[in-house]
Design a protein around this ligand. Sequence first.
Ligand code: ACO
Length: 330
Amino acid sequence: MEKFRAKITGIEAFLPEYILTNEELSKMVDTSDEWITQRVGIKERRILKGEGLATSDMGAEAVKKLLKKTGTNPDSIELIVVATITPDMMFPSTACLISEKAGIKNAWGFDISAACSGFIFALQTASQFIESGRNKKVIVVAGDKMSSITDYTDRSTCVLFGDAAVAMLLEVTTEDVGVIDHHLQIDGSGKDFLYLKAGGSYKPASHATVDAKEHFIYQDGQPVFKTAVSKMADTSVEMMKKHGISNEELAWLVPHQANMRIIESVGRRMGLTKDKIMININRYGNTTAATIPLCLWEKEKELKKGDKLILSAFGGGFTWGTIYLKWAYN
Ligand code: ACO
């Protein structure tokens, strides 16, 4: 029997126009361009401004651009999987809102919550619907309006995050390209290091939670840093060993863009030179679910059919994962 794989056949992004620079942040909190550049490697990030605009608006714009670019009839899309931790609302899902805004009428869909690993989890989930033979055309959207949960009086987190959304078309193939293998994992004992304290069923929104700023990201940075480096590097190395891929043979490592020092440490632990690692954190910061596909979108023209890519992410939960894929087009 023929083996079905999911191949990426197009990618598009939406980046908000507003650029929040280190200089502007230095006027908002006690920080400096020097500290931010040295400690996290970010120079600027995009922020979605405008009353009533949310993650679904960025996602829908990316989807509309994707449909146009790939010449895809919206009616042919069967499934939309959205990775986000900043859904427009608790329900309905952002997938519902994006499908409506982008004019997709024949699909089903759902959201995946895996923080910074969201894209990796969504790509694998969507791929499995194609591998099973159930679906032929699926859209994965990875997007976050991180500015909606960022406390711009907290210097330890507000310098890190940005807003963006990326949409990707997955189609069925029987060629030896596309999503080849994955290792995904969760460990809830990491829950206290990176989370949103209130707004869910555990602690519903109240005047007290707002006063205590519990609707903003809470992070204990150092344990997150250490665990991110070991999980991303070790699962990437294991994946490469399993498939007999040498560092020379690897076209690109595409790591989640959390922090330049995390990316550099992962590269060092894997023995990879910097020219093999996709990096754009300096221009967009940590856009959570969107970072990995944003890198792929920017490098799309340089990627060649058959290129071996390792995508690796780590995020709140804890969640982490690595996907091995072979790029499907020139
Ligand atoms: N500007 C100036 N000083 C700052 C800033 C800032 N923006 N932020 C923190 N500091 C200060 C702290 O107040 C502290 O000062 P003190 O020594 O007087 O108390 C000092 O810098 C060191 O603080 P630490 O928190 O120990 O700094 P650290 O070296 O750990 O860097 C950071 C903090 C950048 C958050 C780091 O822990 C980190 O990168 N962690 C990984 C977390 C991450 O990237 N998360 C993103 C989401 S998770 C993910 O995507 C995987």
